[in-house]
Design a protein around this ligand. Structure first.
Ligand code: FAD
Length: 343
């Protein structure tokens, strides 16, 4: 049996607020493990709007979302957070007064003295194909993410979607595929203009095909998917042969297992105390978009403030006998030592 990881603090969610929670805990000498369903760090900033500028982060007149995440990663580096990515936290239960048990879908298990839920709007899940029979091919011939691009070498590929993921994979997989067809529901693409231009060049060079329309049926033979039928924007139907279907229709958030942990919920959000950011379960805290309280605003800077107060409350939970002094990072040699900077 795999060993159980023991930690003072476990953070569910690697969005901007989960990341800043690492920093605030670190200043108070508490190390954290961070778990996220997504394979990439950054939450909504990276999944939904990586290249968009944000104008309301204090001291940054403008910063794009991906860069904000990179800066946060740099800022929390001294506290050496341990990341567990591509793993949804499924189970959370109290072991005793002091410890919680946490388990992920991938089988990683933790014992944590405090749990901070920074789960935003929930786990991002790929939007799935609803056509009859599609689920039978999921994981074998229908995919919502690429785990290893070599899996598609020599295959007749059909890619569905018109955003960055779809176009990035079209460009990456085109060379080694036996054939590649992109089908998008409209003439306009949401991807980077440079990627769209490259895709058009490949079409003109006869290296791939692009169509606009909706997939209306799956074609199968002997239990295997052999192609798709799609209806173009004029309503005419066509078929395309396929060994593998890659679908990038975006992500939609789902609260998921959080609803089963005994936490009070109000419209899919977790009510918290504005003093400690503790939930109705002692030792479980919630920061960022997932929490609610009178006057809550779902902004990154609100989550940063919440993470600071939650850290003080967690320090008190872990060391109730100790008097916590507020120390400035500017002048405190203790803070400098924790941050790894020289006095
Ligand atoms: P999120 O960023 O949502 O991250 C939560 C993470 O938790 C996700 O990665 C998710 O996969 C993970 N997770 C959820 N459940 C689980 C589970 N069970 N197990 C493991 N992991 C889990 N805010 C601003 O302040 N200024 C702006 O200009 C601004 N612009 C925006 C523009 C757009 C288009 C959008 C969509 C949002 C914008 N926001 C803006 C809002 C901002 O992005 C959110 O407030 C912020 O991302 C919240 O951060 P978070 O860390 O709480 O959650």
């Amino acid at each position: 049996m795999d060993k159980v990881i023991e930690t003072d603090a476990l953070i569910v969610g690697a969005g901007p607020c989960g990341l800043f929670q690492v920093f605030e805990l670190g200043l108070l000498d508490i190390r954290a493990h961070v778990v996220d369903t997504m394979p990439a760090i950054g939450g909504q900033c990276v999944e939904l709007y990586p290249d968009k500028p944000i104008y309301d982060i204090p001291a940054y007149p403008v910063i794009n979302a991906r860069e904000l995440v990179e800066r946060l990663l740099e800022q929390i580096e001294p506290f050496e957070p341990q990341y567990h990515l591509g793993q949804e936290v499924r189970e959370l239960s109290r072991e005793d007064e002091k410890w919680f048990r946490v388990a992920t879908a991938a089988g990683t298990r933790f014992r944590a003295r405090a749990v901070i839920i920074a789960a935003g709007v929930g786990s991002f899940q790929p939007r799935r194909m609803r056509l009859k029979g599609a689920d039978r091919f999921e994981g074998t011939q229908i995919h919502y993410r690429v785990r290893d691009s070599a899996d598609f070498d020599g295959a007749r590929l059909v890619v569905l979607g018109g955003g960055d993921s779809a176009l990035d994979w079209v460009l990456a997989l085109n060379e080694k595929a036996a054939g590649l067809t992109l089908i998008h529901r409209r003439a306009e693409y949401r991807a980077q203009p440079a990627s769209v231009a490259k895709m058009h060049e490949l079409c003109e060079a006869g290296k791939m095909q692009a169509h606009q329309g909706q997939v209306v049926g799956l074609i199968e033979n002997g239990g295997r998917l052999t192609g798709v039928e799609f209806q173009d924007l004029r309503g005419e139907r066509h078929t395309v042969e396929a060994d593998q279907l890659l679908i990038f229709w975006g992500l939609s958030p789902k609260l998921g297992p959080i609803a089963e942990w005994g936490l009070n919920l109000e419209k899919n959000q977790i009510p918290v105390s504005t003093e400690t950011f503790e939930t109705n379960i002692e030792g479980i805290y919630a920061v960022g978009d997932i929490n609610t309280y009178p006057g809550k605003k779902k902004l990154i800077l609100s989550g940063f403030h919440e993470a600071a107060l939650a850290a003080f409350a967690i320090r008190h939970r872990l060391y109730p006998e100790e008097k916590i002094r507020l120390q400035y990072t500017t002048t405190s040699s203790v803070m400098h030592e924790r941050l790894g900077v020289k006095d």
